[in-house]
Design a protein. Structure first.
Length: 482
């Protein structure tokens, strides 16, 4: 019988065989330490050896120095691992396919870049809405950054499903979400890029609006008695002013005086014509002219005296001289009133200009700083006014929308990777394990229920047996008594 050989010892695993594959982004290897320290140089003799000296024994070689402790590796920031966290990657599962680390690191970088652009866009939107920069904008910017970061992380970390019929609806929903987020994110950036043209357009619009307001106020408050047109009927109460001094009363009195003067002048003219006719008749009668109503006798006769008396009576009766004096006074008053009206017109115009300037200044103060809505309206107007500018605006807008849609597009273009298949397999195994656990728990509960039911049946049988025994004993005692 041959001697039995000793059992083979299990071969020791080489170091790192079952260790988790290291991430090239985790550590930086340093040059290993020297295996042995250099041997110390032999000490020189204190005096030169003599010929008579005995030969010394051969010196023993110095023992090798013990290797020093291994130097620790310096940790790196693990930027790749942190970027892959943004892509929703399970590092333990990704260790099985390390070839895909670069892919998911890049995907995490795309997610981070999109969230950063969204944060910058939110900062521009807040500063444009407030009209000034403020440190208070940091809080909503940070919230928006984290929100977009988590949304994009959810979009790229969850699976699209297997097959086109399952992937297309999910992809369409995610692309639609990314598109709307892209529109919201792109608009402040577009406004920032075209900020110079937008601000200039808003300033021009405000200047034009103030000029229109001044013209409207001037139209609704014409100077009375001037050549300006009458105020239109659609003037509002807020567009009309109350003036301290108005030439209306002066103009009304001037109009009355002018009418009186015109009427009096006409009367004086008519009376003067009639008086001249009577005086002419008397003169002809006195000089002996012949004609209708004339005697033709020269000299101051009865007819001559009568006609002269009629002329004097007409002059006295019609008060031609008094009316002349009255007309002169009326014209003097008219001149004074005209001068007062001109002064009142100048004061009215000055007061109107002062009120218009005050109202325009008040409206200018209400305009404040340029807000987000004004910028959006100006951007729309600029796009409508210039086709080249409209193309540029839409090009920039579409670019930022595509940038925001980049994570889900990258996820879709990359297709299902080996990591995705491992995730699917792991989820399937987890589902089977869960179903098995549920079935085992259900079976265990069924067994417990059957056992409990059997125990209850046994207790019922024992109780019936005990009752029968008692009944028989009672029957026996009754029969003994009988």
């Amino acid at each position: 019988m041959y001697p039995s050989e000793p059992p083979a010892q299990p071969e020791a695993d080489p170091p790192g065989r079952h260790a988790r594959p290291s991430d090239p982004d985790d550590t930086v290897p340093l040059p290993p330490a020297a295996a042995h320290a250099p041997a110390p140089a032999p000490a020189e003799p204190s005096s030169p050896p003599s010929a008579e000296a005995r030969p010394s024994a051969p010196e023993k070689p110095a023992p090798p120095a013990e290797p020093g402790p291994p130097r620790r590796r310096l940790p790196r920031p693990q930027l790749g691992r942190r970027l892959r966290v943004l892509a929703g990657v399970d590092e333990r599962l990704l260790d099985r396919v390390p070839q895909e680390r670069a892919w998911y690191t890049s995907l995490g970088g795309v997610v981070l870049g999109t969230a950063t652009i969204a944060a910058i866009s939110m900062y521009f939107a807040i500063t444009q809405a407030m009209g000034a920069s403020s440190w208070l904008a940091v809080f909503p910017v940070l919230v928006w950054f984290l929100f977009i970061l988590n949304v994009d992380r959810w979009l790229v970390s969850s699976r699209l499903g297997e097959g086109w019929f399952r992937r297309v609806p999910v992809l369409a929903m995610r692309v639609l979400m990314a598109f709307f987020f892209g529109v919201v994110i792109a608009e402040p950036l577009v406004l920032r890029i075209f900020e110079t043209a937008v601000i200039q357009h808003v300033a021009d619009q405000r200047t034009e609006a103030l000029a229109q307001l001044g013209g409207r106020l001037k139209t609704c408050n014409p100077v009375p008695g001037s050549t300006e047109p009458v105020a239109p009927a659609d003037c509002k109460a807020t567009e009309t002013f109350n003036f301290d001094q108005s030439p209306v009363a002066t103009l009304r009195e001037l109009t009355v005086r002018r009418a009186d003067a015109d009427a009096l002048a006409k009367t004086i003219d008519a009376d003067s014509v009639q008086l001249r006719a009577i005086n002419d008749m008397a003169r002809r009668e006195c000089v002996g002219d012949s004609g209708d109503g004339l005697t033709g006798q020269r000299g101051v006769g009865p007819n001559c005296r009568r006609l002269r008396a009629e002329a004097d009576a007409f002059k006295r009766t019609r008060q031609i001289d008094a009316n002349g004096v009255k007309l002169v006074n009326l014209r003097t008053q008219i001149s004074e009133l005209e001068s007062a009206a001109r002064t009142s017109h100048a004061a009215f115009e000055a007061e109107r200009e002062t009120k218009i300037e005050a109202r325009v200044a008040e409206e200018r103060s209400h305009q404040g700083k340029i807000g987000l809505l004004e910028r959006l309206g100006a951007l729309h107007d600029l796009a409508d006014s210039s086709g080249v500018l409209a193309v540029g605006i839409w090009a920039v807008r579409i670019f930022f929308i595509l940038v925001d849609c980049m994570p889900i597009l990258v996820k879709f273009v990359g297709g299902s990777t080996t990591y995705d298949k491992l995730v699917s397999a792991q989820l399937a195994v987890a589902e089977r394990d869960l179903n098995h656990d549920i079935e085992s728990e259900y079976a265990e509960r069924e067994a417990v229920l059957r056992k409990r039911r059997a125990e209850i049946d046994l207790e019922i049988l024992e109780h019936k047996a005990e009752l029968n025994t008692r009944l028989h004993r009672a029957a026996d005692r009754l029969s003994e008594r009988v």
